[in-house]
Ligand binder design. Structure first.
Ligand SMILES: Nc1ncnc2c1ncn2[C@@H]1O[C@H](COP(=O)(O)OP(=O)(O)OP(=O)(O)O)[C@@H](O)[C@H]1O
Length: 490
């Protein structure tokens, strides 16, 4: 894949980037005209690199013809962005966001003649609020996010909210069908957690991600909307977790001073406390789709299941009575309730929470882990790091769903009432005044892509292919790996 072409001044010894080019004397004399083509070269483990190949010719007019033709071909590729809006979180990860962008990404964008407007954020939610209100989105072909998963979530919230506002859609209505965002989002990984980048590109590498932006890749992605009592709470792209993953996050937030070690510490502590939570999960199974959470398919570049299911009409965003038909309910005591909208694979858990989940099939995999012994729960957790099926256990069930609701036991009646009568204040008060009389607390928190939600009773709907990324999904086998550059002359 060609990225750019530029003239090479053979006599001067440098090209127009100022980089030194050493030419053999004989070649220079026989072929004094040269041009350099930059192209994508695939390296190991889904990594992409920018490589150059220089062509020499004896005729200046011929060189111009080549350069002009290649430039015309590149300009005709309408999927490639020409103008981008870039947000950099200077405090994400190891606080290297600006440095990563300036040193690794900006030169590639310049080489591909992409112009940029860059905003270095000054506070949390700066990017979200700018996108929501001020940003002149018509000027751009895409938005680039330099940061981690938290920063990406900000960009998604800003872009989705802005799109709904511009189209007169009320985000507070859980039944409302949201309007897809037209601008693609590029993620340049510069955070401590870069799971979305890992899941959509196959590696957390700024250069690889920048090249996927330049070539104009497009990967659709589902987004879940989360509501409480007809009030919009947040969007989720990867994981909603109640019980175990909610408790780990809540505990680790209190231990930020420990640095990244807090996740291990809080994970171990939460495992030992072994709390379970009572409640009811109701869900709308996706019955009309291809694929199941326990099949052996994996969501990969050009995924057929995402393409097929993405074209099905999503009937769950209509009036309540229609979608009430076909809902299932599971009541009980749960150690964990997880909704994985993608596999959630990361370097620590290469298969992820739900290995067969898809990025863009309009569903989420609802995983219910019922109360069991610590030993069995440990067996379940350990299976995430091996090839064994983590769902093949009597206390675990998994459903591929389009919508679901959770109602904690001690809120059940009130929350039902709540959904109809808008009694939000009353509802929250009743829950707090009547905790469960067991050693487990009455309720856990929802971990929504790394943020704690303020309510336990929630309603979730999957919006099929609401956003698009500058990515193509994980490629099965890198082609042409390790092929040496062939020598080229015209
Ligand atoms: N200028 C800023 N100052 C402080 N916080 C910011 C700024 N810009 C963005 N943020 C917030 O920083 C949070 C974390 O950023 P990011 O996801 O880029 O890095 P991270 O290291 O992966 O974070 P995490 O702590 O979630 O692992 C985001 O939720 C974002 O809202």
């Amino acid at each position: 894949t060609i990225l750019a072409v530029r003239e090479l001044d053979v006599g001067g010894g440098t090209n127009d980037d100022g980089r030194w080019q050493k030419m053999p004397q004989k070649l220079t004399e026989a072929y004094p005209y040269a041009f350099t083509v930059s192209y994508v070269e695939r390296a190991r483990q889904h990594r992409w690199r920018c490589s150059d190949v220089t062509f020499h010719c004896s005729d200046g007019a011929l060189r111009q013809q080549w350069i002009q033709t290649i430039r015309e071909q590149l300009t005709a590729l309408t999927s490639r962005p020409k103008h981008l809006l870039v947000y950099i979180n200077p405090y994400g990860g190891k606080q290297q966001g600006e440095c990563i962008y300036e040193q690794k990404v900006a030169p590639l964008f310049a080489c591909a003649s992409i112009s940029t407007d860059v905003i270095v954020t000054e506070h949390a939610n700066h990017a979200r609020d700018h996108l929501k209100t001020e940003a002149e989105l018509k000027k751009y072909d895409g938005v680039v996010c330099v940061g981690g998963d938290g920063m990406f979530s900000e960009i998604v919230h800003g872009l989705v909210s802005r799109t709904q506002r511009d189209n007169g859609v009320d985000q507070n209505s859980p039944e409302e069908k949201l309007v897809p965002c037209s601008l693609r989002i590029g993620i340049i990984p510069a955070g401590s957690t870069d799971c979305i980048c890992y899941a959509t590109v196959g590696i957390n590498d700024p250069v690889t991600s920048a090249l996927h932006v330049i070539v104009g890749d497009s990967q659709p992605m589902d987004v879940c909307s989360v509501h409480h009592n007809n009030t919009f709470l947040r969007y989720s792209i990867s994981l909603l977790g109640y019980g175990f993953y909610g408790d780990v996050l809540a505990d680790s937030e209190r231990k930020r001073w420990m640095g990244p070690a807090r996740y291990d510490f809080s994970g171990f502590k939460t495992f030992l406390t072994h709390h379970h939570y009572e409640g009811a999960v109701s869900f709308l199974p996706a019955t009309d789709i291809l694929g199941t959470p326990r099949d052996k398919t994996r969501c990969r570049a050009g995924c057929f299941i995402c393409q097929h299911n993405g074209q099905l009409p999503n009937l769950c965003f209509c009036s309540i009575p229609e979608y009430e038909v076909g809902w299932g309910v599971v009541r009980g005591k749960f150690l964990a309730i997880n909704a994985a909208s993608m596999s959630c694979a990361c370097p620590r858990s290469p298969m992820g929470l739900s290995p067969a989940a898809h990025l863009a099939d309009g569903t989420t995999d609802l995983i219910l882990v019922r109360k069991c012994s610590r030993f069995n729960f440990l067996r379940h957790l350990l299976r995430h790091t091996s090839k064994d099926d983590q769902f093949d256990m009597t206390f675990v069930e998994v459903h591929r769903v389009r919508r679901f609701r959770f109602t904690p036991r001690h809120c059940q009646n009130d929350s039902e009432l709540d959904l109809r009568e808008n009694g939000k204040q009353l509802f929250s008060q009743i829950c707090r005044d009547h905790p469960a009389c067991s050693c487990s607390p009455a309720y856990s928190s929802w971990n929504c892509d790394g943020e704690i939600l303020p309510h336990a009773a929630i309603e979730v709907g999957v919006h099929c292919q609401l956003i698009k990324l500058f990515a193509r999904g994980i490629e099965e086998q890198p082609l042409f790996e390790d092929l040496a550059n062939p020598p080229c002359a015209l």
